[in-house]
Design a protein around this ligand. Structure first.
Ligand code: BGC
Ligand code: ZN
Ligand code: ZN
Length: 367
């Protein structure tokens, strides 16, 4: 079968022909329909993701952690899954710590977790995958066209969960009990920035999405469908601050210290800075003593947020279903290209480098 293969930490990617997986005793055999390309995939291909590693004993790994498939065969007792559409949960536990044993591998305490297509486990960019039913979530047929977005969205469902838990340290809702008075700034207009804006908006926050440049037309279209404000932060955040006041949530997808430093002094008392981004290129900068004092004096919380687990996939699918009617066309316009795996050169090119007009590119394995 065809599969997209990588060998981290070495850079590079190829499309190879490898044996089909064999159905195990308690497994299900899934035909992959399509997979999304994520920034993480490109970081692996370019050799800049330190956590990336091949499965034990192997020198190659199947790439990909955003996948929709259809169950074609199932082992005894699981036959009723045949014919169902599914999305696959990408991080799996270490098998030792309590969080992993309780299905919360996103909070693995040993660092021994594996991630499909990223760290120590084959991913989903292949024609077939055999998996354990514990790691699949059923996708309703009506959502099939955009359901692959439930993987990146699962990461954000976990993010907002952890953000709201953190903010329970005080009374943080507005006079009417909602979050309508709270201002959320999302830094970055990639797929994560877009999905974060949609989710924060659904929770009732007043959302502004930010980039240090003007928007490309496809991004403008997408943001107007979501119905949030855009701000160009090239000259800093002063203007935005003057207009809307101090920021209650800053959700960063860039991991750029210069960006964090420029936004910090506009953050509100008791606000929260969620760090989601992984750095693509090294950038050295430090928080100075004045900035650290301000973080302390204002009770600003800094929270790292990574990875969603099975129930975050489930809530992601619920949000996707509701956005289909509340933000018509928004999710659909996030999928900017579908390329068939047979189109090798185009697939490899788009895997190596993000095209300027992309929000989310899908590789189609079958239909
Ligand atoms: C994935 C996450 C994963 C993270 C770190 C992201 O691209 O969507 O689920 O935990 O990379 O490897
Ligand atoms: Zn990803
Ligand atoms: Zn663990």
């Amino acid at each position: 079968m065809k599969a997209v293969l990588v060998s981290p930490p070495r850079p590079g990617v190829r499309i190879g022909d490898i044996p089909e997986p064999r159905l195990s005793d308690r497994g299900i055999y899934i035909r992959i329909l399509w997979t999304g390309i994520c920034g993480t995939d490109r970081e692996i291909i370019n050799g800049v993701l330190p956590i990336a590693s091949t499965p034990p004993g192997k020198d190659e790994m199947i790439l990909g952690h955003e996948a929709i498939g259809v169950v074609e065969r199932a082992s005894k007792g699981l036959e009723d899954l045949v014919g169902r559409y599914v999305i696959l949960v990408n991080r799996r536990g270490c098998g030792r710590c309590l969080n992993c044993l309780a299905g919360r591998a996103d909070y693995c305490e040993t660092g021994g977790f594996v991630e499909a297509g990223i760290k120590g486990l084959d991913g989903f960019m292949a024609e077939y995958v055999v998996d354990d039913p514990r790691y699949i979530v059923e996708v309703p047929r009506e959502l099939l066209d955009v359901a692959v977005l439930a993987q990146p969205l699962s990461d954000l469902e976990k993010s907002i969960e952890s953000l709201l838990i953190t903010q329970r340290r005080m009374i943080w809702s507005c006079e009417d009990g909602t979050y309508r008075c709270r201002k959320a700034i999302v830094i970055g207009t990639g797929p994560i920035g877009m999905l974060a804006s949609m989710l924060l908006k659904s929770y009732g926050f007043r959302v502004t999405i930010v980039n240090r440049r003007d928007l490309y037309p496809h991004e403008k279209n997408m943001i107007s469908r979501i119905g949030v404000k855009f701000y160009n932060s090239l000259n800093g955040y002063e203007e935005l601050y003057k207009e809307i006041g101090p920021f209650d949530i800053v959700f960063d997808t860039t991991a750029k210290p210069s960006v964090i430093k420029s936004v910090l002094r506009f953050m509100n008392y008791n606000s929260i800075l969620a760090l989601f981004g992984f750095a693509r290129a090294p950038e050295k900068d430090y928080l100075d003593s004045e900035e650290l004092t301000m973080i302390a004096a204002k009770n600003i919380a800094l929270v790292g947020v990574v990875n969603g687990q099975k129930r975050h996939f489930e809530t992601a699918l619920e949000h996707i279903a509701s956005w289909k009617s509340s933000m018509p066309g928004a999710l659909e316009s996030m999928i900017t290209a579908r390329i068939e795996i047979e189109d090798r050169d185009r697939v490899l090119k788009v895997l190596r480098e993000k095209p300027p007009n992309e929000i989310k590119t899908l590789i189609v394995f079958s239909k």
